[in-house]
Each structure stands twice: as structure tokens, then as C-alpha cells.
Design a protein around this ligand. Structure first.
Ligand SMILES: NC(=O)c1ccc[n+]([C@@H]2O[C@H](COP(=O)([O-])OP(=O)(O)OC[C@H]3O[C@@H](n4cnc5c(N)ncnc54)[C@H](OP(=O)(O)O)[C@@H]3O)[C@@H](O)[C@H]2O)c1
Length: 258
């Protein structure tokens, strides 16, 4: 059994995983539900009615609730959060795996000439704005004085200091924006809940729908399974306390420069 979730939360805890319908988010749901300390898990995605989540629901009867919701839809977020508030629920862990690299208007540009307003827009909407709006509407479920972690999947390519290859203008810039937004949120959250910890995380290159078109040059031992990435991320989280809030970490526990 892996290390327990961080910060001495008192079980059973409430967890929200956004971007839960596939890839790393789905693997996180499976691993979190395997932990007895997780009492209730909300799995959110635009299309959460997947066979994989349905199967998890069958395995963990009563502990998994799927929510089909676009995190860019503030009205829907307000309704979702309001329902949890009405039940007096506080979240101990909020993980966002929402992200977009290519498709739905987004493009992994190789050069400036490929940049378009449409791609910038789509990338910023899904990679930066959606996670922030989710956090905004979940604030009532996070504020107070209970241990809570907010982990958002960013990407190493969002690091400005680490950028030596260029390219992927929209994706890189939108993940850099996410990092800045989370840093801001960590400062505000520290006032609203002194036991909060807000983290940007890089999962490593992982075999999912998002990375599939770009895996040709990735060595087999550098391409993680979603289950491996999820277990590494949970290990990283287990070691983090409010003193770490507002920082950026890699799957292997190493810090990443902004
Ligand atoms: N895979 C990698 O190699 C890699 C590397 C570095 C960083 N990351 C980051 O890690 C995160 C997870 O990546 P992944 O590879 O697991 O991606 P993925 O398989 O494409 O999953 C993305 C998830 O986000 C959901 N989603 C997208 N837009 C949404 C929205 N507006 N509202 C609600 N849900 C939304 C998708 O479900 P629906 O389509 O049903 O909404 C899906 O569940 C992303 O932030 C990605 O940028 C991945």
C-alpha cells in the first residue's frame, strides 16, 4: 500500500479529480479509490460516462460519483460546487488533469508561422483558464482550516527557464500561464486555509491520447504508463506540506524552475 495522502487528513476524505475520463486522471481515480481513506471521489470531465469510469464505479460502489461538466462553463461549475456546499463537504484533495495539446483548435506549432489566434485561444482555455475556473468555484470547498492539497497537472515544457528547444508556442505558454495562476492562488489560499498546499506537477511523458501523436522520438523507457505516472504523482503529493505551496514539481520528486 503506498504512503497515505499528505497532511494528516482525517479519513474518510473527499477528493475531486478533474480530467478523469481517460489518461492520467483515470489512473489517478483508480489508485485513489483503492485507498480506504478516500470516502468519496468525484470524477469530472466533459464526458464522464465512459465504460472505464462505469467499471470503477461498479468496483467501488457508492464511493465514485461521475460528473459530466465542461470546466469552462462557470454556471455548471457553480451548480456542482453549490450542491457539495449544501452537503457541508470539504475537499481534502483536488487534482486537475485537464489539458489539451492538439485538436479542438489547438496546434503543437513547430514554428512561428504556424501560430494562430485559434490555437492560442484553445490552448489557454483548456490548459490555463479551465483549471483556474474550477479552482475558483471549488474555493468554498477548500477554504477553512482543514488539510487540503490542490494539484494541477502542468508540464515541464511550461517552464520558461527550462525552455531550450522552443516550439509548441501555445501549449508551452498556456502551461506557463497556469503556473503563474497557481502561484497567485497559492498566496491567496494560504490566507483562506493555512493548511492548504497548491502545486503544479509534471507527470512525465505518459502514454495517453494527448501525447500519442508525439511519441515517435520518445525512448520506450521514457514513456510512462498512466498508472506509473499516477503512482509517482501520488508519491510526490504525499511528501508535500503547506510550506511547499506555490511550487512546481516533477514526477520524480525533483523541483522544476519556473
Ligand atoms: N501525457 C503526457 O505525456 C503529459 C506530459 C506532460 C503534461 N501532461 C498534462 O497532464 C494532464 C493530463 O494529460 P493526459 O495525457 O492524461 O491527457 P488526456 O488523456 O487527453 O486527458 C485529458 C482529460 O481532460 C479532460 N478535459 C479536457 N478539457 C476539459 C474541460 N474543458 N473540462 C473538463 N474536462 C476536460 C478530458 O476529458 P473530456 O474530453 O471528456 O472532457 C480528459 O479526461 C494534462 O494537463 C496534460 O497537459 C501530460
Amino acid at each position: 500500500m503506498p504512503t497515505s495522502l499528505a497532511q494528516n487528513s482525517t479519513p474518510p476524505i473527499h477528493v475531486l479529480v478533474a480530467g478523469a475520463s481517460r489518461g492520467i486522471g483515470l489512473a489517478l481515480c483508480a489508485q485513489l479509490l483503492a485507498r480506504k481513506e478516500v470516502g468519496q471521489l468525484w470524477a469530472l470531465a466533459r464526458h464522464s460516462d465512459t465504460p472505464e469510469l462505469a467499471e470503477l464505479g461498479r468496483q467501488h460502489a457508492g464511493r465514485l460519483q461521475t460528473i459530466s461538466l465542461d470546466a469552462l462553463d462557470e454556471a455548471a461549475l457553480a451548480v456542482f460546487s453549490g450542491e457539495l456546499q449544501a452537503r457541508g463537504i470539504k475537499l481534502s484533495l483536488l487534482v486537475s488533469c485537464i489539458g489539451l495539446l492538439q485538436g479542438e483548435g489547438a496546434r503543437a506549432e513547430k514554428s512561428l508561422s504556424q501560430v494562430s489566434l485559434e490555437s492560442l485561444h484553445a490552448s489557454f482555455q483548456h490548459n490555463a483558464f479551465a483549471p483556474l475556473l474550477l479552482l475558483k468555484h471549488c474555493l468554498p470547498l477548500l477554504r477553512g482550516n482543514h488539510p487540503c492539497q490542490i494539484a494541477m497537472l502542468s508540464a515541464r515544457v511550461g517552464s520558461i527557464g527550462d525552455n531550450r528547444l522552443g516550439g509548441w508556442y501555445s501549449y508551452r505558454a498556456s502551461k506557463a500561464a497556469l503556473n503563474q495562476l497557481l502561484r497567485c492562488a497559492s498566496i491567496e489560499l494560504a490566507r483562506l486555509n493555512p493548511q492548504s498546499c497548491v502545486l503544479s506537477l509534471h507527470p512525465g511523458t505518459t502514454d495517453t491520447a494527448l501525447s500519442r501523436p508525439f511519441q515517435a522520438n520518445v525512448a520506450a523507457d521514457k514513456l510512462f504508463s498512466p498508472a506509473f505516472a499516477a503512482s509517482q504523482l501520488l508519491l510526490v503529493l504525499a511528501g508535500k506540506t503547506p510550506a511547499d505551496s506555490g511550487s512546481f514539481w516533477s514526477w520524480d520528486g525533483q523541483p522544476i524552475e519556473w
